[in-house]
Design a protein around this ligand. Structure first.
Ligand SMILES: Nc1ncnc2c1ncn2[C@@H]1O[C@H](COP(=O)(O)OP(=O)(O)OP(=O)(O)O)[C@@H](O)[C@H]1O
Length: 299
């Protein structure tokens, strides 16, 4: 089952395209990280997915149905960047509000989650810390019992401990419900242990979309003599490279690779992989087969 399919999706503001030619297929039950630099088009894409913006080209299907229908909306929860909370409401008022708006509301889940987090129901939302407000907003989204939860930078402005707590809460909810999560973030370290699918958006276009374990297995960081780098680069799909007079460091899309004795090869971290693609907007790695490089004598 596919949680989200987009085909040639595009949106422009006046004459400038914010998202262009976006074709994606995200499997259900995954926790998907949507990453990209400021202005890459993440919010625009998420708004099209949840039906807040209409595309100027292409189309999107969510949970097998067209975006924006009443039935689709009831199956999605969306947490926008500016958390949709009312400062003057008490926490309990917010939950009543959520129950009123959402037919599938799970009140036991909402009250139980906030009790576990020690967030008193009678406190005014405006008097809670940023981390507590994020938890209330996340609780509201989860209590809707969505099949697809879309979060636009849920961790923005939170300190590392609060970010960790919010992500842990999210993972518990995912484990309990099996819902698909699509979340955007700038902070790679928040995503490393929690997400299992990666989408990199850069300048409005999808650069990478794939299972994180597979993507990591398909890339290597190669370090060797600068004078031999061109020869190696010619035979491998190099995403990004840095060189000094003597040494070259290549991040290449390749399976296990055998190079000459002057080279070392190791796996990459998620952060290294994302940064390499972001530095090279022209490089694209949509999920697909990758050829393993074979080394030659003298490399
Ligand atoms: N309402 C709007 N009117 C005009 N241009 C807009 C509007 N919203 C977004 N844009 C432009 O569209 C592009 C994509 O913006 P978007 O907010 O989708 O990116 P983003 O990846 O979410 O950025 P950030 O990480 O900074 O939140 C940017 O160039 C932005 O300036």
């Amino acid at each position: 089952m596919t949680a989200l399919t987009t085909t040639g999706l595009g949106k422009r503001y006046r004459r400038k395209w914010a998202v262009r030619d976006c074709s994606l297929s995200l499997p259900a039950g995954r926790v998907v990280a949507l990453v990209g630099p400021n202005g890459a088009g993440k919010t625009t894409l998420l708004h099209m997915v949840v039906g807040l913006l209409s595309p100027d080209e292409g189309n999107a299907t969510v949970l097998g149905e067209p975006v924006g229908t009443t039935r689709t909306l009831s199956r999605i929860a969306f947490l926008a960047q500016d958390k949709p909370l009312y400062d003057r409401f008490s926490v309990a008022d917010m939950l009543r509000f959520g129950a009123h708006l959402n037919p599938g509301w799970d009140d036991a889940l909402a009250t139980g989650r906030l009790a576990e987090l020690d967030i008193p129901p009678d406190r005014r939302v405006g008097s809670l810390s940023g981390g507590q407000q994020a938890q209330v907003a996340l609780t509201m989204a989860i209590a809707k019992r969505p099949e697809l939860l879309v979060l636009d930078e849920p961790l923005a402005n939170l300190d590392p401990l609060a970010r960790h707590d919010v992500m842990r809460g999210l993972m518990t909810a995912v484990a309990d419900s099996g819902m698909t999560v699509l979340l955007s973030s700038h902070v790679m370290s928040d995503l490393t242990d929690t997400c299992d699918w990666l989408v990199v958006l850069n300048r409005g276009r999808v650069q990478v979309s794939g299972d994180i374990e597979t993507l990591l297995a398909e890339h290597r960081l190669l370090v060797g003599p600068a004078e031999l780098a061109d020869g190696v680069g010619d035979r491998l799909s190099v995403v990004d490279e840095t060189r000094t007079d003597r040494q070259a460091t290549l991040l290449a899309r390749t399976g296990p690779v055998t190079l000459g004795p002057r080279w070392t090869a190791r796996g990459v971290s998620l952060e290294e992989l994302v940064l390499a693609y972001l530095r090279r907007p022209e490089a694209a790695a949509l999920s697909g087969p990758v050829l393993a490089g074979v080394g030659r004598e003298g490399d």
